[in-house]
Design a protein around this ligand. Structure first.
Ligand code: TMP
Length: 197
């Protein structure tokens, strides 16, 4: 059986990852592939707890140490229960966020990037990890639920810069998320096809 492919989509809130994931799914299903869209935080117990926590705290109240650990625990289950079994069955697995989100969102307030990287050391490496590049000023317009827009924008700028740093290090491949959706999907599928042989 053909081995699957593990694609990760990353970006700041409001960058359109979820829409891109669904369009990619349609495209690859038309080609006869089995596709799984999954996400982090997951829909497992811990993932639900995390979503609930994120809904309750403001950006200032967030605790990156706690978050880095709990996101990693949720991820370990995600890999074992969902990602690996589907890759083994030949699926294209598309994860809406992965450990790059922990590096971008939790390496703040004294928690350094390398420590977050270390916590995620044993997580499965994806075949391709894409950073959907949409500037914070643009993304914020698409987020309707931000409680404090100014605070949210400052926070997202830090997150955005860390993503760019990962692009520089070669950990993520940048795709311009401002283009129209079909161009974005085309660009990502070329990257997939190049690697999925
Ligand atoms: P989303 O479902 O809109 O992508 O929201 C998930 C939120 O969780 C988003 O603000 C980013 C955050 N997050 C982290 O802070 N660290 C992580 O490791 C992951 C996976 C998500």
């Amino acid at each position: 059986m053909e081995r699957g492919f593990f694609l990760v989509l990353e970006g700041i809130d409001g960058s359109g990852k979820t829409t891109v994931a669904h369009k990619l799914k349609e495209k690859y299903e038309k080609r006869g592939k089995s596709v799984l869209i999954t996400r982090e935080p997951t829909d497992y117990e811990l993932g639900k707890y995390i979503r609930d926590y994120l809904n309750k705290v403001t950006e200032q109240e967030r605790d990156p140490l706690f978050e880095a650990l709990i996101f990693a625990a949720d991820r370990a289950l995600h890999i074992r229960r969902r990602i690996l079994p589907h890759i083994e069955k030949g699926y294209l697995v598309i994860s809406d966020r992965y450990f790059y989100s922990s590096l971008a969102y939790q390496s703040i307030n004294g928690i350094d990037f390398n420590w977050v990287l270390e916590v995620n050391k044993y997580m499965l490496t994806p075949n391709l990890a894409v950073f959907l590049d949409v500037a914070p000023s643009e993304a914020i317009k698409r987020i309707h639920h931000a409680r404090n827009v100014f605070e949210k924008k400052r926070f997202l700028e830090k997150v955005y810069n860390t993503y760019l740093e990962m692009v520089k290090r070669g950990m993520l491949i940048k795709v311009n998320g401002n283009k129209n959706i079909s161009e974005v999907v085309e660009e990502i599928s070329l990257l997939i096809d190049d690697r999925w042989k």
